[in-house]
Design a protein around this ligand. Structure first.
Ligand code: ADP
Ligand code: MG
Ligand code: ZN
Length: 194
């Protein structure tokens, strides 16, 4: 009988998803902090479009924060992380839904190179539709965590982000003044066609 082959040292993808205020950023920062405690080299990225709280920090709604590298595209992220090949054990990305489909290829390339890739993002947009690259990321990830906020109307587990102000497009970055967490029953889908 042949002995089992020795497992390869392999990377993987972790996705943390959920609605706004569900604690995605807190969870990402918790995982990043623990990796640093384990003395692993970490690179933390954010899309440049998300400058709500800070240009170069990932910041949670409670004010938890960590320094991050703002990038404009998946290619930029890949070149920065790639220049670091062999060093960074963990790559974190917040607000990953704002990237295009190239982020899926980039995350897979980094994981295949042996890195642990932890991404956090909204699984649904303000209409309740799947957000950008999230469906693909969820499909190719080894580990998926879906978090829930508290519905501001009834206290149930919230899975949706209700937009409270009129604004155009999927990409409208906001905070508590513009969005609130709602459950399926309390969410009012936008009537306007996409
Ligand atoms: P996300 O990244 O998913 O938008 P954060 O990690 O930035 O969420 O923030 C989570 C924090 O938001 C919670 O710890 C809590 O203090 C705060 N928060 C505000 N509104 C809500 C809500 N409706 N449900 C849950 N948490 C809320
Ligand atoms: Mg967040
Ligand atoms: Zn509700």
């Amino acid at each position: 009988m042949q002995p089992l082959p020795t497992p390869h040292r392999t990377g993987w993808i972790e996705v943390v998803c959920g609605s706004m205020f569900s604690g995605k950023t807190e969870e990402l920062l918790r995982r990043i902090k623990r990796a640093r405690l384990a003395r692993q080299r970490v690179l933390l990225f954010k899309p440049r479009v998300d400058n709500r709280y800070d240009e170069v920090k990932v910041v949670s709604h409670e004010g938890l924060n960590a320094d991050a590298i703002p990038v404009s595209s998946a290619a930029e992220l890949l070149s920065l992380a790639g220049a670091d090949a062999g060093e960074a054990a963990v790559v974190g990305i917040d607000e990953v839904q704002f990237f295009d489909a190239d982020i899926v290829v980039a995350a897979e390339a980094l994981a295949s190179r042996g890195m642990r890739v932890v991404v956090a993002g909204l699984d649904q947009d303000w209409r309740g539709a799947p957000f950008g690259p999230m469906p693909s990321l969820l499909a190719v990830a080894e580990y998926v965590t879906k978090l829930h906020a508290v519905c501001t109307r009834c206290g149930a587990a919230a899975t949706r982000s209700q937009r409270l102000v009129a604004a155009e497009g999927q990409l409208f970055v906001g905070g508590a003044a513009e969005y609130e967490a709602r459950c399926r029953a309390c969410f009012v889908p936008e009537a306007a066609p996409r």
